[in-house]
Design a protein around this ligand. Structure first.
Ligand SMILES: Nc1nc2c(ncn2[C@@H]2O[C@H](COP(=O)(O)OP(=O)(O)OP(=O)(O)O)[C@@H](O)[C@H]2O)c(=O)[nH]1
Length: 400
C-alpha cells in the first residue's frame, strides 16, 4: 500500500485556507477515506473541523505572547518553535496512526494527512521551525504544498504576479511539489489565471488593457507607471518569461471551497504530485539526508580526535612538541586552550611534588613547562593575589 500523502495548505491571510481545509476534509469523509488532520495555526480562534493534532492543545499562544512579551507574529513564531521541539513525537504519532491496524483488517487505512498553517505565511515558510516541521514530515511521508490563492483578488496582473513570485519563493524554499489552488471560483472563474500561466501573450494583453484603463497596479490613471513601457514593462516581461519555467512544475486547479467545485480535480493533482514526490523529490531528500549524516559522522570523528589528543597530552609540553604556536581557529578552541592552560598550570605545580607519577608521552619536556609556569605566576615578584590564585589552582588540582 502507498504511503499516505500529506497536504500542507499555505496561503496569504484570508485566501481561504481554513475553509478549503474544511471542504477537502468533508470531501474525504464523504468518500469514506477519513484523513488525519493537523492544525499548526496557534492563533486561530476556532477550527471548523475536527483536528487529530492541534497546536493549541499543547501551546497557549496568548500565554506565550504574555510570558515572552511578544507581539502577534512573534507569538506565532515562538509557539511554532516550541511545537517544533515535539516534532519527533508528532511524527511517531503520525506513523503509528497511519499504519494499518492488523487487528482491524476492515478499517480503511489513512490516505491523507491534512495540515493547516498560520495565516502569516512567512512565519511558517521562512522560520526554522516551519522548515523543521516540513522537512521532518517530508522525510516520513510524501508531502505536497497546496498554495491557496484568492482568485478574485488575483485577477489584477500585479496581484497575480506577486502571488506567483510568492509561490515561486515557497517552492524554492521548501523544494516540495506544489499545487496552485485558485480558490473562490464561485466568485471569479480561474480560467484567466490558467491562460496567463500558459500563454505569455494573454498576460501581455491583460497588462495592456489594465494600463489603458488606468487600473494597473491600483495606481489609478497617473502617468509614468505604464505596465507595457519603461522599467515596469521590461520587469514584468522578464518576470513572466522567468516564471514560465516555474509554471511548468506546478499543477493548477480552480476550486470553490464554498460550493465544493473542483475538489475532485484537486485530489487528482495531489495524486500526480505524490508520484512526482516519489520519483523526483524523494531521492534528492534522501541524498541530502545522507550528506547530513556523513557530515555529522565527520564532525564526530574530529571531536573524538581532539578528545584523544587532549587526553594524551594534558599536562605535557604540547605546544613545544607541536612546533610553532598556532592560534585558536574557533571560539570553542580558544576556550579549550585557556582551559588547557589552567590544567597545565595545576599539573605543572603538582609536577614538583610527584614528578615520578606522571608518565605521559612528553614527560621529559619539563623545562619549557616550568618556564611557562613561572611566567604565568609572574616569576620575579609574585603578588599576594597571584599566590592565592596559585594556592587555589594547586588545591583544585589536588582535589581532582
Ligand atoms: N465566496 C467564497 N468565499 C470563500 C471561499 N473560501 C473562503 N471564503 C471566504 O474567505 C474568507 C477567509 O476564509 P478563511 O478560510 O478564514 O481564510 P484563511 O486563509 O484561513 O484566513 P486566515 O486564517 O486569516 O489565514 C472567509 O470569509 C470565507 O468565508 C470560497 O471558495 N468562496
Amino acid at each position: 500500500m502507498a504511503n499516505p500523502v500529506s497536504v500542507v495548505c499555505v496561503g496569504m491571510a484570508g485566501s481561504g485556507k481554513t475553509t478549503f481545509m474544511q471542504r477537502i476534509n468533508s470531501h474525504l469523509h464523504s468518500k469514506k477515506s477519513v484523513p488525519y488532520v493537523m492544525n499548526l495555526d496557534p492563533a486561530v480562534h476556532s477550527v471548523p473541523f475536527d483536528c487529530n493534532i492541534d497546536i493549541r492543545d499543547s501551546i497557549n499562544y496568548k500565554e506565550v505572547m504574555r510570558q515572552y512579551n511578544l507581539g502577534p507574529n512573534g507569538g506565532i513564531l515562538t509557539s511554532l518553535n516550541l511545537f517544533a521541539t515535539k516534532v519527533d513525537q508528532i511524527i511517531a504519532l503520525l506513523e503509528k496512526r497511519t499504519t494499518p491496524d492488523p487487528s482491524k483488517p476492515a478499517a480503511k487505512p489513512i490516505e491523507h494527512i491534512l495540515v493547516d498553517t498560520p495565516g502569516q505565511i512567512e512565519v511558517f515558510v521562512w522560520s526554522a521551525s516551519g522548515s523543521i516541521l516540513l522537512e521532518t514530515l517530508a522525510s516520513s511521508f510524501p508531502t505536497v504544498i497546496a498554495y491557496i490563492i484568492d482568485t478574485p483578488r488575483a485577477s489584477s496582473t500585479s496581484t497575480f504576479m506577486s502571488n506567483m513570485l510568492y509561490a515561486c519563493s515557497i517552492l524554492y524554499k521548501t523544494k516540495l511539489p506544489m499545487i496552485l489552488v485558485f480558490n473562490k471560483t464561485d466568485v471569479k472563474d480561474a480560467e484567466f489565471a490558467k491562460e496567463w500561466m500558459t500563454d505569455f501573450d494573454k498576460f501581455q494583453q491583460a497588462l495592456r488593457e489594465e494600463e489603458e484603463s488606468g487600473a494597473f497596479g491600483a495606481e489609478g490613471s497617473s502617468g509614468g507607471f505604464g505596465a507595457g513601457s519603461g522599467y515596469m514593462g521590461s520587469l514584468l516581461n522578464s518576470m513572466s518569461l522567468m516564471l514560465e519555467e516555474f509554471y511548468r512544475h506546478l499543477s493548477v486547479v480552480g476550486v470553490s471551497s464554498m460550493t465544493g467545485d473542483g475538489v475532485d480535480e484537486f485530489f487528482e493533482a495531489v495524486e500526480e504530485k505524490r508520484q512526482e514526490f516519489e520519483r523526483d523529490y524523494k531521492p534528492e531528500l534522501e541524498r541530502k539526508k545522507q550528506e547530513r549524516e556523513e557530515s555529522k559522522a565527520d564532525q564526530r570523528e574530529i571531536e573524538l580526535g581532539k578528545l584523544m589528543k587532549d587526553m594524551n597530552v594534558s599536562g605535557s609540553g604540547r605546544r613545544e612538541a607541536k612546533g610553532p604556536e598556532v592560534g585558536p581557529e574557533t571560539v570553542s578552541e580558544a576556550e579549550d586552550d585557556s582551559e588547557d592552560e589552567i590544567i597545565k598550570r595545576g599539573l605543572a605545580d603538582g609536577e614538583d611534588d610527584s614528578e615520578d607519577d606522571y608518565e605521559g608521552p612528553s614527560a621529559g619536556n619539563d623545562e619549557g613547562l616550568s618556564q611557562r609556569y613561572q611566567q604565568a605566576l609572574g616569576q620575579d615578584q609574585p603578588s599576594d593575589q597571584d599566590n592565592s590564585f596559585t594556592r587555589y589552582l594547586r588545591s583544585s588540582s589536588m582535589n581532582q
